[in-house]
Design a protein around this ligand. Structure first.
Ligand SMILES: CC(C)(COP(=O)(O)OP(=O)(O)OC[C@H]1O[C@@H](n2cnc3c(N)ncnc32)[C@H](O)[C@@H]1OP(=O)(O)O)[C@@H](O)C(=O)NCCC(=O)NCCS
Length: 144
């Protein structure tokens, strides 16, 4: 298998990230938000995006938001993680999450959260396999 490179996203990656973003949210194409192009320039501080490349081809990305200030116990959320179907089950997702974790640790972030729908069986298995457990926090929810 070709070497996988994980690095910070650059402007030139946006086309590829947008492509996968639409794959991730397939079925919601009619919603304006999903039709819009992503912009790294619109990112606020506290967000980070990494991409996975194989032979210079973008094969996945991870988008994370983090808060350093919550009573000195910073937390991060994985907003999006996507690996191109052809490259799944080759530890690309694991490498993307591990990269984010190593950067978060340097920033004094102590926990990483991710919301995974109960219908997303592969994602549920993936996060369990790499060490995530059910959150001890009680999340609030309001159906509107
Ligand atoms: C979830 C996803 C990111 C996993 O990426 P990946 O690169 O295939 O994952 P890895 O190869 O690093 O998998 C690590 C482990 O997770 C588990 N796992 C991954 N995909 C799995 C699947 N489809 N079914 C069961 N277990 C799975 C396995 O235990 C695997 O280890 P193994 O291959 O040695 O058995 C990828 O399937 C994906 O992009 N799915 C669509 C988008 C999505 O659901 N994103 C997450 C929402 S935030």
């Amino acid at each position: 298998m070709k070497q996988i490179t994980i690095r910070k996203a650059r402007s030139k990656d946006l086309k590829g990230i947008t492509h996968y973003f639409r794959e991730l949210y397939k079925g919601d194409e009619e919603q304006g938000f999903y039709k819009s192009d992503l912009s790294l320039h619109m990112r606020k501080s506290g967000q980070m995006v990494f991409v996975a490349l194989s032979d210079k081809k973008l094969i996945g990305y991870i988008w994370t938001v983090y808060y350093e200030h919550i009573k000195n116990k910073g937390v991060a959320y994985i907003e999006e993680l996507f690996v191109s179907e052809k490259y799944r089950k080759r530890k690309v997702g694991t490498q993307l999450v591990n990269k984010v974790i190593s950067v978060l640790k340097q920033r004094n972030i102590h926990s990483v959260y991710v919301a995974v729908g109960s219908h997303m069986h592969a994602a549920q298995r993936f996060y369990k396999a790499i060490g995530f457990t059910n959150s001890p926090e009680k999340w609030f929810f309001l159906s509107i």
